[in-house]
Design a protein around this ligand. Sequence first.
Ligand SMILES: *[C@@H]1O[C@H](CO)[C@@H](O)[C@H](O)[C@H]1NC(C)=O
Ligand SMILES: *[C@@H]1O[C@H](CO)[C@@H](O)[C@H](O)[C@H]1NC(C)=O
Ligand SMILES: *[C@@H]1O[C@H](CO)[C@@H](O)[C@H](O)[C@H]1NC(C)=O
Ligand SMILES: *[C@@H]1O[C@H](CO)[C@@H](O)[C@H](O)[C@H]1NC(C)=O
Ligand SMILES: *[C@@H]1O[C@H](CO)[C@@H](O)[C@H](O)[C@H]1NC(C)=O
Ligand SMILES: *[C@@H]1O[C@H](CO)[C@@H](O)[C@H](O)[C@H]1NC(C)=O
Ligand SMILES: *[C@@H]1O[C@H](CO)[C@@H](O)[C@H](O)[C@H]1NC(C)=O
Ligand SMILES: *[C@@H]1O[C@H](CO)[C@@H](O)[C@H](O)[C@H]1NC(C)=O
Ligand SMILES: *[C@@H]1O[C@H](CO)[C@@H](O)[C@H](O)[C@H]1NC(C)=O
Ligand SMILES: *[C@@H]1O[C@H](CO)[C@@H](O)[C@H](O)[C@H]1NC(C)=O
Ligand SMILES: *[C@@H]1O[C@H](CO)[C@@H](O)[C@H](O)[C@H]1NC(C)=O
Ligand SMILES: *[C@@H]1O[C@H](CO)[C@@H](O)[C@H](O)[C@H]1NC(C)=O
Length: 783
Amino acid sequence: MAATIILAWSVLLFSSFHGSHAQIPANISLGSGLTAGTNESWRSLSGEFAFGFYRLTGGLFLVGIWLDMIPERTLVWSANRDSPANAGSTVRLTYNGQLFLTYSNQTVQSIYTGASTSLGFMQNDGNFVLKDSNSNVLWQSFDSPTDTLLPGQYLVEGRKLYSNAKGNVDYSTGRFMLEMQNDGNLVLSAYHFSDPGYWYTSTSQPNVSLVFNSSTASMYLVSSTDIIHSLTMNISATPVENYYHKAVIDDHGNFQQYVYEKRNGSQWTSLWKAVTEPCYVNAVCGVYGFCTSPDNETVTCTCLPGYSPLDPSNLSKGCYPEVVPNYCADPSMRNFTVEVIDDADFPFMNFADMARIKPADVESCKKAVMEDCYCMAASLDYSTCNKKRMPLLNARKSPSTYGKKALIKVPIRTNATDVQDGDQKKNSHSRALLKAGFFTSVVLFFSSAATAIYYHPAAQRYRQRKNYSNATAVGINFRAFTFQELHEATNGFNKSLGRGSSGSVYGGILKLEDKQIEIAVKKLEKVIDQGKKEFLTELRVISRTHHKNLVRLLGFCDEDNHHILVYELMKNGALSGFLFREGERPRWDHRAEIVLEIARGLLYLHEECETQIIHCDIKPENVLLDSNYTAKIADFGLAKLLMKDQTRTSTNVRGTMGYIAPEWLKNVPATAKVDLYSFGVMLLEIICCRRQIELHRVEEETEADDLVLTDWIVSSLRSGKLEMVVRHDVEVLNDFKRFERMAMVGLWCVHPDPILRPSMKKVTQMLEGTTEVGIAPLVNAQL
Ligand SMILES: *[C@@H]1O[C@H](CO)[C@@H](O)[C@H](O)[C@H]1NC(C)=O
Ligand SMILES: *[C@@H]1O[C@H](CO)[C@@H](O)[C@H](O)[C@H]1NC(C)=O
Ligand SMILES: *[C@@H]1O[C@H](CO)[C@@H](O)[C@H](O)[C@H]1NC(C)=O
Ligand SMILES: *[C@@H]1O[C@H](CO)[C@@H](O)[C@H](O)[C@H]1NC(C)=O
Ligand SMILES: *[C@@H]1O[C@H](CO)[C@@H](O)[C@H](O)[C@H]1NC(C)=O
Ligand SMILES: *[C@@H]1O[C@H](CO)[C@@H](O)[C@H](O)[C@H]1NC(C)=O
Ligand SMILES: *[C@@H]1O[C@H](CO)[C@@H](O)[C@H](O)[C@H]1NC(C)=O
Ligand SMILES: *[C@@H]1O[C@H](CO)[C@@H](O)[C@H](O)[C@H]1NC(C)=O
Ligand SMILES: *[C@@H]1O[C@H](CO)[C@@H](O)[C@H](O)[C@H]1NC(C)=O
Ligand SMILES: *[C@@H]1O[C@H](CO)[C@@H](O)[C@H](O)[C@H]1NC(C)=O
Ligand SMILES: *[C@@H]1O[C@H](CO)[C@@H](O)[C@H](O)[C@H]1NC(C)=O
Ligand SMILES: *[C@@H]1O[C@H](CO)[C@@H](O)[C@H](O)[C@H]1NC(C)=O
């Protein structure tokens, strides 16, 4: 042993080769090490490949393998792409045959820790291997590829390549993935978005591998020994003796084979690429980006009108809206406009697709986008107007011969002083409305529909009408209050608990004979003027509901122009605040209990109370927590009380973005199944403790989180890695079976086909464990 060490050291000290780069022969004996910043490396016998610390432009280093005889020193593999090392860090093949990277701060990252090796070897093909004493390969760099394949390398079932974040500038894990799927399909995808893929081979044999043949430098797929699909066969005369070859997934999501002629002044040139039109790579310009590629080579990203870059130094990361107007709370339609982009296209994306209008021209398509407050954009394709909702992905330039147009809703950026001067006196009411819209976009403390509340004509069909002749005698514990009483109880309506477009909510204390009750008083603003009788009829329906998971309506006031509802106060506010607050997440047991409580409340509304009530706006803002943190559903039965805005007839949907069942957007009559959908979305939010749509996730490039929670769960299940969704939640991981069951229930609820969604009764039984949960259908939720 001692002799070997001495040999290794003498080699290190005396063999100086190739300029300032120390060379150590291909056999790496145990105990050998390299230090970042010293230019030492372990080279292949041919000298073409080197293993060591690869110097990055910022003075940091990656443990990697690179082509050492060309000026580009092209990096083909690295061990620590996401955490580069400082000078002074070391990589060492230890005496017990394991390979470690020790950062200069003493943090140790293991590269290989398996059975004991007896030597390392930098092969001439660019593969660094660790072998045991019988020369069996125990570990090889070819088995853990980064973004590059070399001739001789295989991508076997389940293996993936990930692009770099930015070309040769930032080698950390980027946004695109090439996966040799277990089902035999080779797929390129923007994995952040649980993208089903923008390029694939559609192969489906068992045990398929991608082979990069070392003698012909061609790439093809094999199943056992049969070639089933060719990527680059007989591509051109570029023999491996005279050319370096590599296949790379690049930072714009393309997979290409490159060659480099072994002569001075040569450069890498592309022999083949998977995607011919770069703008067809999904999410190539991120959310709200716009892709242009006039030559089919370069990609230029810009932002859609009304949006700004998330990272001005890297436009392909996508954009964010400069203002987030609540279009549904802006019925005047004066605060936004629709811009038309010629020769542009928003291609099909499951999530974003809404109704289609046919035939349509620019004007009617524009009008359709204007009038639908959930619609953010549309593409006009010949005479079909395809409405889209947020988030918008894949907007791109399309050839002028196609004559396609893209329409996008853009907030008007008014000069603040204009608003002040112009409208102040004559139109203070509409300004108040606009302001209301602005405030509703922040999370409210107290429940109130955060979006404009419209009522869906279909919802009322499930209510039978009854006539109650006398107002005051509507029920025990339920009474009519005078305005004066409520004015006193709320101390002149001075303690606001929040507000939404249906009205403001105030806190107060009601003094009854012997006790005091804390109340929440909701002043409705847009009540339909249909007479006292109708108003009381609706209240009667609400007042007759009694369930411990519903917020109790104590009474009302219907004097002059005042329409006020009086509820018991829910001390702990809305579920949304509890769930999505900063800091510690609520306990898993408690979250699971809350799901069950909401399910019971909703079951009561749908199936157990006198007249069925469809809530139509189930979301965490409309679930409140009492002093014991018991969940209670709020705001049910309000749909009929609130005015439908006459100018917005095409979108008379009560509901909130992200929670609305897809059939509502298609103007199909709604049933109680719309609540099931919203409940399903909310269930998944509660158990995962995150919002259905989280735009800010996009910024965290290293996390594989998805923008849309339901899509992410579906894709995680498809790849058999549901636990990824809750990987930071130890409590859930320790109770994973229950989580899995609840997730399945949620997925059944968000089934795009309402008929296949279970009833609330079935849901409750599945959650309680008295009925088995079937394997959830792995379809994307928003077809
Ligand atoms: C590397 O090690 C192997 C096995 O120990 C030996 O057969 C071979 O000759 C060595 N090669 C060099 C270049 O030292
Ligand atoms: C390592 O190589 C670089 C570039 O060739 C050179 O500038 C530097 O001085 C070398 N460092 C050592 C310690 O030899
Ligand atoms: C040491 O440095 C590495 C790489 O910069 C970093 O990932 C790690 O967190 C650091 N460890 C400590 C304890 O600071
Ligand atoms: C799958 O194919 C690879 C490479 O062709 C082979 O090494 C492996 O043994 C095969 N696995 C099975 C289960 O057949
Ligand atoms: C590479 O291709 C040659 C010629 O087609 C073939 O003979 C050889 O078996 C292939 N090698 C591998 C590892 O598949
Ligand atoms: C490649 O070329 C060889 C010989 O020229 C031929 O036999 C083979 O069929 C070709 N393969 C493909 C996929 O074109
Ligand atoms: C490349 O250039 C170097 C020095 O500039 C020279 O020594 C070498 O012979 C050249 N190689 C070829 C293949 O032309
Ligand atoms: C880009 O590629 C597409 C598909 O191959 C082709 O139709 C189009 O003409 C190309 N555009 C340019 C500018 O080369
Ligand atoms: C905003 O209004 C002020 C005063 O009316 C004017 O001077 C300024 O140019 C306006 N700015 C824009 C961007 O229109
Ligand atoms: C309308 O635009 C103004 C100015 O940008 C903004 O302050 C206001 O909140 C907007 N109103 C709505 C309802 O979005
Ligand atoms: C309601 O009933 C009360 C007493 O039962 C009666 O005094 C009152 O006039 C009735 N109101 C209406 C509107 O019928
Ligand atoms: C809270 O729980 C306690 C004990 O179970 C019960 O006595 C009390 O009435 C509950 N409070 C509310 C507001 O439900």
